[in-house]
Design a protein around this ligand. Sequence first.
Ligand code: HSE
Length: 439
Amino acid sequence: MNVSNDKVLRIGMAGLGVVGQGVWKHLDSHRGPLEERLGARLELYCAAVRDPSRARAVEIRPDQFRRDPVEVATDAEVDLFCELMGGTDVALKATLAALEAGKMVVTANKALICEHGEAIFAAAARNDARLYFEASVAGGIPIIKALREGLVANRFPLIYGILNGTCNYILTRMEAERQGFETIVADARRLGYVEADEALDLDGWDAAHKAVILAYLAHGHWFSLDEMPVRGIREVTLDDMDWADRLGYRIKLVAMVRRDFKTDKVFCCVEPMLLRKDLVLAKVDGVYNGVSVLGDVVGESIYIGRGAGQDATASAVISDIVDAAIDRLHGVPAFMPTFVSGRVAFAPLDEVRRAYYLRLSVVDRPGVLAEVSTITARHGVSIESVLQTPGREEDRAHLVLTTHESSEKQVRDVVADLREDRAVLDPPLVLPMPDLNGR
Ligand code: HSE
């Protein structure tokens, strides 16, 4: 196909940090074949940055710099606004301004979509504008395309995955090098793997943003972070990893979206969980992400790839830019709307049933095990197995219980009582052990 000079897609960027420079660099290096296949030119027209004088690894002319993202978003010459600055304040203002101006918008900003998705999608619909956000979940893995296009025939009872590369990197290294969380996280910080706002990675919020987006794509409903259990990996110790190993499991930070199609209740959460070692996702290590999607027609499909970093994210952003160009050039009909079948609601805690791993540090004296089992029995929680090892200090023992399937509410009640018990020395750690083969 010939590249016609009058067919040009002008891209205005906001943010030229790690991801923005990656997009600029790879778009330049792959321009020839991309433009030839599109039959149009992709022009990096301008970029809004805070400090134009900063050293950058890409060539950009001084006249291409802008200061104000909203100015780029509303510039009449810009066809496509590419929001890569992050944050949810100016990014929201600029994204809405671009959509109100009828422009196509590409964003990698999961916090923005998660927190303001409803308003942003409404603005897009109102203005017949388009929003593309492949890079917002699982970096280079085209999971949004998979859910929205490739798997469109399906309903999704279960989606779960490792969606935060930093936590997966830390857990993997703790296990491989037999080091504690603090040692490895210090190294991860040094390598620049941990977000400036560390809670995003280490306390599970980044993965939760992504889970909310997947839940929306699968079930057409915006769940609020407030209703989801969200926990990170700070409490997981090397001892927990060893006990999990003895039980046949590995510990991973897992985001899960499970829907019961009989009740239309959806449960979303982000928690460290015990995954059986034979599961594919239990073997996804390092900075890699992995997502398992159970479709009622296709069965399980699994996606693994680099979930973060300049190149993986740029790959997803460029795929959105190309989709936007095709839409602009050929007037391709709008995306299939997200799957909606009636109203869905968040599952109440007494309906969320799983087996659990419960780690306790207790006083090593006669009768303590009986005290603990009296508490579990009081709340109807049945113990499946018990492991005990002496603690490092005298008179202290570690007790690891696994339970039969119990409700989240029962287990929370058990933990509340255990915290009151004088034989229990530290706050207990509870990790779900979801049955993923039996779904
Ligand atoms: N901090 C994120 C991660 C970056 O580690 O996965 C990509 O969202």
